[in-house]
Design a protein around this ligand. Structure first.
Ligand code: SF4
Length: 390
């Protein structure tokens, strides 16, 4: 993990904490913050907080002390992403159109940019589902704004991400409406830690707190998004349900859990989704491994239906915005285990059982993949161009 490996080429991290203070001092602004799954596994490291104290609920308490009006968990929209992406995959798989298969996950902006630079002819293979960060921003400035009776343009939407590339994702022209960007500001885990220090907060003195509602409930499937293989596993759990009308065991797809060191290339596995629907999957992290996998796909030496790609070795757990340590200890795998342990003890482990996601469909969006869901939660990867290489 290294910011110099940042897939968007941001060799120096842009510090956005000043813009946050500016928004917070504006009495007209309502500040809303979301916390990405992988951040909870790392934020306590450079503060010397033991893992049992460095929980996401303590983060919620800290963020309220920092002055945020509403605090949410991006794992909610990770569940929403799964509903849209799982449905999209089943449609593509049933259609059997090889121009759209394998379907590639699209929640990692570093990977999306890599594909558009190196294999632009495969852009249609990317899922059109927006990333959880961007789905969250879109829902906050539409459904949530209506619910609290605030103009979307008055909401200042912030995300705490393990990722430097997310700063560029929220700036894409496809991620804005007339009310402005869906996500106004992205802070990395490191910037969040700097804020805590700047405000002289001692997280150990701050109690754990719950999230605001709605959008404050998440499943274990939403949390494992932060580890390599997690998006694929979560998607297969719900694709199985959508295909068969009943749940698999949550652990049935654990064979896709990627190699968090990124050293073994990629992980492949085949599953019977029911009725003879055999799905061939691959999970890869790190751009060197990704390059090798894409070369094999292009040469026709490997064949998959669904591929998860994360630009950082180990996925977002090892993301470029996470704390940096000077020792040689590999932390992505360790942080990934924290996320899988959270999943194991969650009451709800399937995205399609998230009650607040289901309420959003019932009250506003209709079905996954509906016209409304397409308009709010999907994007056109052709609608922006990669900047010319210098
Ligand atoms: Fe960002 Fe995660 Fe992709 Fe790394 S793997 S670039 S942290 S989204």
């Amino acid at each position: 993990q290294c910011i110099t490996h940042c897939p968007v080429g941001a060799l120096r991290e842009r510090d956005d904490t000043g813009r946050l203070f500016q928004a917070m001092s504006d009495p007209d602004k309502v500040t809303v913050v979301q916390i990405a799954p992988a951040v909870r596994a790392a934020w306590g490291e450079s503060l010397g907080l033991p893992p049992e104290k460095a929980t996401v609920n303590r983060m919620a308490g800290v963020l309220r002390r920092l002055g945020f009006d509403y605090v949410f968990d991006t794992s909610f929209t990770a569940d929403l992403t799964i509903m849209e992406e799982g449905t999209e995959f089943l449609h593509r798989y049933a259609a059997g159109d090889t121009r759209e298969l394998p379907m590639f996950t699209s929640c990692c902006p570093g990977w999306v940019r890599y594909l558009k630079s190196h294999y632009p002819e495969w852009t249609d293979r990317l899922s059109t589902a927006k990333s959880p960060q961007q789905m969250f921003g879109a829902v906050v400035k539409s459904s949530f704004a209506r619910r609290i009776g605030v103009e979307p343009s008055k909401i200042f939407s912030v995300s705490i991400m393990p990722c430097v590339a997310k700063k560029a994702e929220c700036d894409l022209p496809t991620m804005s409406t007339d009310a402005g960007p869906d996500v106004d500001l992205v802070l990395t885990t490191r910037e969040f830690v700097r804020l805590i220090r700047a405000e002289k907060l001692n997280p150990e003195d701050i109690p754990e707190e719950g999230f605001d509602s709605p959008m404050g409930v998440y499943s274990g499937a939403g949390v494992i998004f932060g580890a390599t293989g997690g998006v694929m596993e979560a998607a297969l759990r719900s694709a199985y349900f959508l295909h068969n009308g009943h749940n698999p065991k949550p652990e049935d797809f654990r064979a896709v859990r990627g190699d968090a060191t990124g050293a073994s290339g990629w992980t492949e596995a085949e599953f019977d989704l029911g009725g003879g629907a055999m799905v061939r999957t691959a999970v890869v992290s790190g751009l060197a491994n990704t390059g090798r996998l894409l070369a094999e796909l292009a040469a026709g030496r490997v064949h998959y239906d669904f591929v998860e790609v994360m630009a950082c070795p180990g996925g977002c757990a090892g993301g470029g915005g996470q704390p940096i340590h000077t020792d040689d200890v590999e932390r992505a795998a360790q942080r990934g285990k924290v996320l899988y342990n959270i999943d194991r003890i969650q009451t709800v482990r399937f995205s399609h059982e998230n009650p607040e996601v289901n309420a959003l469909y019932r009250e506003e969006l209709g079905e996954p993949g509906s016209e409304k869901a397409e308009a709010l939660l999907h994007t056109d990867h052709h609608a922006w161009q990669m900047p010319a290489q210098r």
